[in-house]
Structure formats: structure tokens, C-alpha cells
Ligand binder design. Structure first.
Ligand SMILES: Cc1cc2nc3c(=O)[nH]c(=O)nc-3n(C[C@H](O)[C@H](O)[C@H](O)COP(=O)(O)OP(=O)(O)OC[C@H]3O[C@@H](n4cnc5c(N)ncnc54)[C@H](O)[C@@H]3O)c2cc1C
Length: 386
């Protein structure tokens, strides 16, 4: 079946990319978004919500024709990645070791969303329902219909839920989740440094949780600090000048001067939907899974969901829709679960204070640093190239 009518709930990075790729294939799209998307100014200070995009995600955004639209002064390629346990040697990854220019790219979420929306606005087969939310869903094998909060009714062949971690669609469909709270929060701090453009991202593991440095374009950077919610609340109550002094004392690797520009925090929760589809409604991105952000995989997994579903809808159009959705679930659910579990093993292992675990950790990091081919394979996997 070609030229399906598709409702997409949520126009964040995952929903907007899905809408664009399906619209380009000729599907008729209804995009429902509760918050209007505006294009930020390229001169504004950096937003706190930034993501590291893998080479595979970059390729997908290039195929969608939007990568080039991200202003150069909002995009940072990083060529090195270093990780270590406090007081231990560093495990270093370098893009040159596998003959490529960059391990990944860091950009603000709002810019990725904005360039996708700009491209969507040029298409005639996309109808926007901005400032709107879904109130009810009637989901049958033959099609789906929804009611919005302004009483508009829309019917379609397929509904794609991309409405994020607290997905209303998932709840309206009664799809359960397995979830746990890490009892930690993640503090994001944007700084402006007195150094030129940095191109190495690093992460130090401590018993209280990881601390990370993500270079942003020009002399900007994002610091990520995991800690107990009480500590994060105390840090947030400090003035920017006071926070800078605490960071200088805690982040030994920051050997240059900087100014704190903005700060905020996010709770850390792992969620996984018990199923990815019901009838002709399907979950993608954070609506289906959220992951500990320590390895920057969240939206990259969401983009893999998009790539998989769009490919199946395009290349298996002779199959009934529910068989396509089943295939999507069979491909993406185990892969997402594996990545969630790998991140948790890493995260919990890094916080364990048992001396035997510490020794094992140091041993593994040391072996990995000298493992050559294995290290390069890990690097390629994280970039989505394998
Ligand atoms: C601290 C932190 C750091 C992170 N760092 C990285 C990283 O480095 N790399 C990475 O890959 N990932 C990272 N992530 C994860 C990444 O931010 C998410 O995976 C990604 O934003 C999910 O995109 P999404 O489009 O699925 O959901 P969202 O970004 O949540 O978008 C959902 C959209 O749906 C809309 N919406 C919600 N409810 C409704 C409704 N009822 N009706 C209509 N619209 C609705 C919202 O307004 C929003 O526009 C990080 C996450 C956190 C918390």
C-alpha cells in the first residue's frame, strides 16, 4: 500500500524526521505538536539541551537534506573521546585510528528540530496541528482515528507516536512500561571558555556518578554532572560565579578559564515500553524507550527506530500493516534493550566501590586501551557504522 495517511503525534527530533522521510515518500502526514517549533537565532546563547549525534544519525539527516541547514556556528565535530576512572589512565579513542574525520557531532536539539520543521513546511502533503494535543484514540485493525483538544477529528491508516518519554499516546493505548529511577540527576552546565574550539569529549567516572565535557561550537562547552538529587539542588541554588568555583575544584581536567552561562537539571529514568505497537499505532524514540544518557545514545536509537520503520513501510508495502509493525518491533526492541542494559552495566559498574570490581574495571580499561582492533570495533559500533 502506497500513499498512506499517517498521523504523527510529537514533532520533536524523532517525530519531525519521521514526518519528513514519510512525506518525501508520498505519504499524507498529519503532524500534531503541543508546542510550536520556532527557528532559534544563530546568535543566541547555547541551549542546555544538546546531543551527540553519531555518524549514522548524521548520514540520515544528510539523506533528509537538512544537515547542511544547521548553521556552522551551532555544530561541533569531535575527533577524540576519552574516558577514565578517577585517578586511572585514560582510554582514548581517536577518529584518525579508523580513518575518518569525526567520531560524532554535537548540536542543540532545538536546531535539529528546527531544520527538520523548515523542510517540512515546504511540503504540500504535510498538515500541521500546532499547539494541539490528542484527547482520545480509536484504534482498529483497519485504521485509526483521533480527537484533538480543539475537537478536530483525524482518521488515518497509521498512527506514529513520537511524543517523548511521558507519551500520552502510550498511556491512551494502555501500553505498559518497565521503568526505574536511577535516584540520580544529571546537571547540565553551559560554559564559555577562554580557549579556541575544542574537539575532544571526555567523561570521568566517579563513585558519585560520571562527569563529562562536551565541546560545543567555537569556545562553548557543555558540562554534564551526575549526582544525587540533593546535591544537584544545592548546586543549582548557587550563583554562576559560585558554581564556577565549585566546578574548578571538582573538574580537575578543566585546565582553562571559563564563565558559567546557564545551568539546569534532568531526572534520570530508564523506561521501556512492553510492546512497540498496538493495532495500527506504533511507538518510536523516547515514547518507546529512554536510556541513561551517559554514552549519548538516546536520540541516536530513536533515529534508528525511524530508519527501520520508514524502510519497512517503503520496502515491505506488500505486507499487511500489522506485519510490518511486528517486524519493526522484532528488530528494534531487542536492539534498544541491549543498549539500555549495556549502559546500565557500565553505569552501575562505574559506581561500585568494591575493590575487586575496581580492579576489574581498571583492568578492562587498560586492556581496552591496548586492544587495537577491538577498540576500533567498539568505536565503529558506537558511531553506528557497524
Ligand atoms: C540530560 C540528557 C542528555 C542527553 N544527551 C543525549 C546525547 O548526547 N545523545 C543522544 O543521542 N541523546 C541524548 N539524550 C536523549 C535525547 O535527548 C532524547 O532521546 C531525544 O530528545 C528524544 O527525542 P524524541 O523526539 O523521541 O522525544 P522528545 O524530544 O521528548 O520530543 C517529543 C515531542 O512531542 C511533543 N509532545 C509531547 N506530548 C505531546 C502530546 N500529548 N501531543 C502532541 N505533542 C506532544 C513535545 O512537545 C516534543 O516536541 C539526552 C537526554 C537527556 C535527558
Amino acid at each position: 500500500m502506497q500513499n498512506r495517511e499517517v498521523i504523527i503525534i510529537g514533532g520533536g527530533m524523532v517525530g519531525a524526521l519521521t514526518a519528513l522521510l514519510l512525506a518525501r515518500q508520498g505519504d499524507i502526514i498529519h503532524l500534531v505538536e503541543k508546542t510550536p517549533c520556532t527557528t532559534p537565532s544563530a546568535d543566541e546563547i547555547f541551549d542546555l539541551r544538546v546531543s551527540a549525534f553519531s555518524a549514522q544519525s548524521k548520514n540520515l539527516l544528510e539523506q533528509a537534506g537538512v544537515w547542511e541547514q544547521i548553521p556552522a556556528n551551532r555544530l561541533c565535530a569531535y575527533r577524540g573521546l576519552q574516558t577514565w576512572e578517577k585517578g586511572s589512565a585514560r582510554l582514548k579513542f581517536d577518529s584518525a585510528d579508523i580513518g575518518i574525520d569525526a567520531l560524532g557531532y554535537i548540536a542543540e536539539n532545538r536546531w535539529i528540530q528546527a531544520v527538520l520543521w523548515q523542510a517540512l513546511k515546504e511540503l504540500d502533503n504535510v498538515t500541521f496541528h500546532e499547539n494541539r494535543q490528542v484527547n482520545s484514540i480509536t484504534n482498529a485493525d483497519s485504521g485509526v482515528s483521533i480527537n484533538l483538544d480543539n475537537n478536530t477529528q483525524i482518521s488515518a491508516d497509521l498512527l506514529i507516536a513520537c511524543d517523548g518519554a511521558n507519551s500520552t499516546v502510550r498511556q491512551l493505548l494502555n501500553i505498559g512500561i518497565t521503568a526505574w529511577d536511577y535516584r540520580q540527576q544529571c546537571m547540565l552546565i553551559n560554559i564559555k571558555t577562554n580557549r579556541g574550539q575544542q574537539d575532544i569529549t571526555w567523561q570521568e567516572f566517579r563513585e558519585t556518578g560520571p562527569c563529562a565535557f562536551l565541546p560545543l561550537a567555537d569556545n562553548n562547552a557543555s558540562l554534564v554532572w551526575y549526582h544525587h538529587p540533593l546535591k544537584i539542588n544545592q548546586l543549582k541554588s548557587l550563583s554562576n560565579a559560585q558554581l564556577k568555583e565549585v566546578i574548578k575544584a571538582e573538574f580537575a581536567s578543566l585546565d582553562f578559564d571559563f564563565e558559567v552561562q546557564d545551568k539546569g537539571s534532568f531526572p534520570l529514568t530508564r523506561r521501556h515500553a512492553q510492546r512497540y505497537y498496538k493495532g495500527v499505532c506504533v511507538l518510536l524514540g523516547d515514547a518507546a524507550h529512554t536510556i541513561n544518557p551517559l554514552a549519548g545514545q538516546g536520540v541516536n536509537l530513536g533515529f534508528k527506530d525511524v530508519e527501520c520503520l520508514v524502510d519497512l513501510l517503503h520496502n515491505s508495502s506488500d505486507l499487511p500493516l500489522q506485519s510490518i509493525l511486528k517486524r519493526y518491533e522484532n528488530r528494534r526492541k531487542p536492539a534498544n534493550l541491549l543498549m539500555q542494559t549495556a549502559m546500565d552495566v557500565f553505569y552501575k559498574g562505574s559506581k561500585c566501590e568494591l575493590s575487586s570490581v575496581r580492579l576489574l574495571r581498571k583492568g578492562i580499561l587498560g586492556l581496552a586501551q591496548n586492544s587495537g582492533v577491538l577498540k576500533n570495533r567498539v568505536m565503529k559500533y558506537a558511531m553506528g557504522l557497524q
